[in-house]
Design a protein around this ligand. Structure first.
Ligand SMILES: *Cc1c(COP(=O)(O)O)cnc(C)c1O
Length: 365
C-alpha cells in the first residue's frame, strides 16, 4: 500500500460551535483568529513512515518538552485557501504547487516529505467535516494552515526521527475591510530576512521569527510591511516579510519581479501573476532589481505601479516606499490599473467567475 493511500480515521467533534455561533464568526471573521471545529493530524516516524491519519476535534496538541521543534525550530508550513463558488461548491487553487513546495521546504529543514496527493487529500478531509465554515461573502475564504513539526523528544542536533503534519483552518474575511487601498512599506537596511545559503526559499517559521523585529520597526514608521534587500550586497530587492513584489513599467507594458535568488520564497501567487501577465501580452521580466531602480523609476515616472502579492492578501498595491531619510511615491494616489486588473482576474478565476483556463482549480467539496 502506498503511503498516499492512507485512510483517515474521523472523530467528529462532540461539541462543535452551533450554527448561530458559526454565523456570527463568519459575518466578521478577521484573519487567523477563529478556527473551525476540526483539524487533521498525520504522524511520521523513521521506521514506519507516514501513518495514523486522523480528522479530529480542533484542540491543543501535546508535545514532549524536549520536542525538536521547541528547541531548534524544525517547523515548516503552507498557506492555501478554499473558495466558495456561486453554486455553493468549494474549490482550492493549485494545491499540487503548495504540496510540492511543502516537500521542498521539508527537504531543507530535514523533515519528511508528505506525498502531494496526501497533502491534497488532507484539505479534502477538512472540507468533508468543516465545509460550513467556508464563507460565501465576496472576497472571503477559508484559509488552511498546513504545517509540520519535528516532535522527537531529543536534544541532540540532527533531523528529528519523529514528525507530525497538521492542518488547521481559519475563516478569512476580505483582507481589506474597506476595499483595496495602497499601503506604505518600510525599506529595512539593518536586517535581512534570509541569508545566502540560508532558509529563505523554504516556508518555515524561523524566517518569520527573523522578520518580526524589522516588521515591528516598519510599523513604528507607520508602514504596514517591510521590504528586504538581498543579504549579500544589500542592493537588490528580495521580497516583503511574507509577500513577493512586482514593479509595473506602464509605458512599455512591462511587469518586473526579482528573479528567484535562493533566498526568495517562490510564491504561487507570484507565479500565477506572471502567467496572467504573459497571457495578456505584457513583457515579463524576472531579474535582479536594485533599490535604486525602484526609487529612480518611481521618481521619473517610468515605474507607474508597484504591488505585493501572496495568498492571504492576494494583490496589494504599494503606494509609498519609505526608508532611513527618504520616501518615494504617494500613499494617497489611487491603486494602479494594472495592479487592480491583475488582482481582479486572479480572484475571478479563484471564485469561479472566469473560466479556469490553466486548470488551476481543484474541487474540494
Ligand atoms: C507564503 C509566502 C509568500 C507568498 O507565497 P504564496 O504562495 O503566493 O502565498 C511570499 N513570501 C514569503 C516569505 C512567504 O512565506
Amino acid at each position: 500500500m502506498s503511503e498516499s493511500s492512507l485512510s483517515f480515521a474521523v472523530t467528529v467533534n462532540p461539541s462543535p460551535r452551533t450554527a448561530q455561533q458559526r454565523a456570527a464568526i463568519l459575518e466578521k471573521p478577521g484573519f487567523g483568529v477563529h478556527f473551525t471545529d476540526h483539524m487533521v493530524a498525520i504522524r511520521w516516524d523513521k521506521d514506519t513512515g507516514w501513518h495514523d491519519a486522523q480528522v479530529m476535534p480542533y484542540g491543543p496538541i501535546s508535545l514532549d518538552p524536549a520536542a525538536a521543534v521547541l528547541h531548534y525550530g524544525q517547523e515548516i508550513f503552507e498557506g492555501i485557501k478554499a473558495y466558495r463558488h456561486a453554486d455553493g461548491s468549494v474549490w482550492t487553487f493549485r494545491p499540487e504547487a503548495n504540496g510540492a513546495r511543502l516537500q521542498r521546504s521539508a527537504a531543507r529543514l530535514v523533515l519528511p516529505q508528505l506525498p502531494v496527493d496526501l497533502f491534497v487529500e488532507s484539505l479534502r478531509q477538512m472540507i468533508a467535516v468543516d465545509a460550513a465554515w467556508v464563507p460565501d461573502q465576496d472576497e472571503a475564504s477559508l484559509y488552511f494552515r498546513p504545517f509540520m513539526i519535528g516532535d522527537e523528544p531529543f536534544l541532540g542536533v540532527r533531523g528529528a526521527q519523529k514528525a507530525s503534519y497538521y492542518v488547521i483552518a481559519s475563516p478569512a474575511g476580505p483582507y481589506f475591510a474597506k476595499g483595496v487601498a495602497p499601503v506604505a512599506i518600510w525599506l529595512s537596511t539593518d536586517y535581512a530576512r534570509a541569508a545566502k545559503g540560508g532558509t529563505g526559499a523554504a516556508k518555515c517559521g524561523g524566517n518569520y521569527a527573523a522578520s518580526l523585529l524589522p516588521q515591528q520597526k516598519a510599523q513604528e514608521q507607520g508602514c504596514s510591511q517591510v521590504l528586504f534587500l538581498d543579504p549579500v550586497e544589500g542592493r537588490y530587492l528580495e521580497e516583503l516579510g511574507g509577500m513577493n513584489v512586482f514593479l509595473v513599467y506602464g509605458k512599455t507594458n512591462t511587469l518586473v519581479t526579482p528573479a528567484l535568488s535562493g533566498s526568495i520564497l517562490e510564491g504561487i501567487t507570484r507565479e500565477s501573476i506572471l502567467q496572467l501577465a504573459r497571457d495578456r501580452g505584457m513583457n515579463v521580466e524576472e531579474r535582479q532589481v536594485s533599490i535604486d531602480e525602484w526609487k529612480d523609476g518611481v521618481s521619473s515616472g517610468q515605474i507607474t505601479e508597484v504591488f505585493a502579492c501572496g495568498t492571504a492578501a492576494v494583490v496589494t498595491p504599494i503606494g509609498q516606499l519609505k526608508g532611513e531619510g527618504f520616501s518615494v511615491g504617494d500613499i494617497n494616489a489611487p491603486a494602479g490599473e494594472v495592479t487592480m486588473s491583475l488582482r481582479k482576474e486572479l480572484t475571478d478565476i479563484q471564485y469561479g467567475r472566469l473560466p479556469d483556463r490553466h486548470g488551476w482549480l481543484v474541487r474540494l467539496g
